[in-house]
Design a binder for this molecule. Structure first.
Ligand code: NAD
Length: 360
């Protein structure tokens, strides 16, 4: 099978078909498809449709549950602690953040603790949901699965890739969206590199024996390799904060406890802030504009802001289609067939390679 270049609408409809066939309600399938395809559009293929085979595998062995609803554990006008019951994170986080948006609009600030959700995907998606509602947001997330990242100064994996995100809306401009894993590479990016047959950048991965390696398959071998935190002690410190705030504070589980076999469980602490209710909405955007102008002054014209790379990739992929490597595509099609969904023949046309931008 060759690399493919897929139109976003056809891809979205195919993903809806897959999750509907796998037992999800129409609404659930639509939210999952919207999240996965948007991740591909933003250039984060690690959290896009390439996740489908893992989700279907987890669903089939009972590590992921379809059609769950949030359990509201404790709540006031300004906070919510809720349990995602192991359901699709694309639905659990969407619903939790939507409740937070209502509370932040009423109270000025809202805190939402979502615990025990299956994989909530690209965290910037949740910052974008808040920014679209005019809200600033901060998200601390932990990951409970087979640990993949060593603490700074350690040689054994003890945490996941614990992501962090901040979103800040701007008047008449796209929001600032900072969104990254606290490891040098997200696990999904290592999977994409392996599927593409590409080496990893040096300094991101160790073998189980502690030797540096650029071979992505080492992370998925037995014994498995170990990712390193970004920024040495600083990335480790932020990862540690994600573990404590995302999980311990929300009543969720940290990586130290038992795992649910193959599941990737996320806990997320989100803080939502309404500049309007704070009385700072009128000055926030102009001050950001002034600051950006200062940052990019002189020889700094090419400096990128958080979210710029994703915006450029989104524009390209809107125009040209979403590139998917051959291995990932064949795994997606195999997973679809397992649940009884078939890709429409038009989607299976191989990419015109000269048009395809190589996937990151
Ligand atoms: P990354 O290394 O690509 O960093 C992305 C961030 O850096 C973005 O804010 C981007 O705008 C900014 N950026 C990139 N290049 C830049 C440049 N040249 N100048 C300025 N800013 C720049 O991201 P990542 O660590 O690979 O994470 C990928 C995705 O994986 C994220 O969406 C993250 O939320 C997700 N993730 C999810 C989980 C989970 O368990 N749900 C775990 C880890 C990561």
């Amino acid at each position: 099978m060759q690399n493919v270049l897929v139109d976003e609408t056809k891809l979205h409809d195919f993903v809806v078909d897959i999750f509907r066939a796998a037992g999800s309600s129409e609404d659930e399938a639509a939210l999952i498809a919207q999240h996965l395809v948007t991740s591909n559009l933003r250039g984060h293929d690690s959290h896009g449709v390439g996740s489908i085979p893992v989700y279907i595998r987890n669903l089939k062995c009972g590590d992921l549950l379809a059609n769950q609803t949030l359990t509201r554990v404790s709540e006031t006008n300004s906070f919510l602690i809720c349990d995602g019951n192991g359901g699709y994170g694309q639905v659990m986080a969407y619903d939790a953040v939507a409740i937070g948006i209502t509370k932040a609009r009423q109270s000025g600030v809202a805190l939402v603790g979502l615990r025990n959700s299956h994989h909530v995907g690209r965290i910037g998606h949740w910052a974008e949901q808040c920014a679209e509602a005019g809200l600033v947001s901060i998200h601390f997330v932990n990951v409970v699965s087979d640990p993949s990242v060593a603490p700074f100064g350690g040689v054994a994996a003890r945490v996941g890739t614990n992501p962090f995100s901040v979103g800040i809306p701007r008047d008449g401009k796209r929001p600032v969206i900072l969104d990254f894993a606290t490891s040098k590479l997200a696990v999904g990016k290592v999977r994409v590199a392996m599927n593409q047959g590409k080496p990893l950048p040096a300094g991101a991965l160790l073998t189980a024996a502690g030797e540096p390696t650029t071979d992505p398959s080492i992370l998925f071998g037995q014994p498995k390799g170990i990712l390193l935190p970004f920024g040495d002690h600083k990335g480790w410190g932020l990862s540690f904060a994600c573990e404590l705030l995302g999980a311990a504070l929300t009543g969720g589980k940290t990586q130290s406890g038992p795992k649910r076999r193959n599941a990737t469980i996320n806990c997320m602490l989100s803080i939502l802030i309404s500049p309007e209710r704070l009385g700072t909405a009128d000055t926030l955007s102009p001050e950001i504009d002034t600051f950006v102008g200062w940052v990019r002054s002189g020889d700094n014209a090419g400096v990128l802001l958080p979210g710029d790379v994703e915006a450029t990739t989104t524009a390209e992929r809107h125009a040209n289609g979403i590139p998917i490597d051959a291995k990932s595509w064949s795994d997606i099609v195999a997973a679809a067939r397992e649940v009884g969904a078939e890709p429409p023949s038009s989607i299976l046309e191989p990419a015109i390679q000269s048009k395809a931008r190589s996937a990151p």
